[in-house]
Design a protein around this ligand. Structure first.
Ligand SMILES: [Zn+2]
Length: 213
């Protein structure tokens, strides 16, 4: 027997079909034309931070990668299973996206684990993955040595977005796309406690609140 959460999902799928598969069908168009998303979105796996819901986007608008703490690893030429890097490569080279957005958020469990390591299993996949944000953590500890944990987490949630933007630039095909066709890289931060969105201003080296119009 299906659990009630799964039954809820099935009912949700029925509503989804009514919305997107009735004439004129959104999916009819997407199926015949293929996908042409303009934006690659790199977001956290956190259940509260679904980019499609957050940005009220429609099917086909965003190519989305979600992982723990919305991190981008630096470019590596070695073998291995590079899930995030392969999605980035496909989005930039095949789909020719015009924007890459790294979406961070308040109350990120991945970032919190850097300051409260006891909340996660040590020595596994999680802690290894989070070493991508070690540099961001180091900067926060340097800038805010006496701050409380909440402040450190908040600052590191933002700083790790900057790290991911820097790591994106280590991919040769991204550097080329930025120079040759104006691919834009953008960092945004969702404060889920206050319903605010911030974006990283490169020229200021700081986050600015996006005012809804
Ligand atoms: Zn998160």
């Amino acid at each position: 027997m299906l659990k009630k959460e799964i039954l809820r999902m099935m009912a949700g799928f029925r509503r989804f079909r009514e919305r997107f598969f009735t004439e004129p069908s959104v999916y009819g168009r997407l199926a015949s034309d293929g996908q042409h998303p303009k934006t690659l979105m790199i977001a956290c796996s956190d259940s509260r931070v679904d980019p499609a819901i957050l940005f009220s986007s429609s099917p086909g608008e965003m190519f989305v990668v979600r992982n723990v703490a919305n991190l981008v690893p630096p470019f590596e030429g070695s073998g291995g299973f590079h899930g995030v890097s392969s999605a980035i490569e496909f989005a930039v080279i095949n789909l020719q996206v015009e924007n890459i957005v790294v979406l961070g958020h308040r109350q990120c469990g991945g970032i919190r684990s850097l300051f409260e390591p006891q909340i996660v299993r040590q020595g596994g996949f999680f802690t290894q993955w989070m070493t991508i944000a070690a540099q961001a953590k180091g900067k926060v500890l340097q800038k805010f040595p006496d701050a409380d944990v909440e402040t450190k987490c908040r600052e590191c949630e933002k700083e790790s977005i900057v790290t991911s933007l820097e790591n994106l630039r280590t991919f040769p095909f991204i550097e080329t796309a930025v120079a040759e066709r104006g691919l834009q890289l953008l960092g945004v931060y969702f404060d889920l406690e206050n319903g605010q969105l911030w974006h990283y201003d490169d020229s200021l080296g700081a986050f600015q609140e996006v005012t809804p119009t």
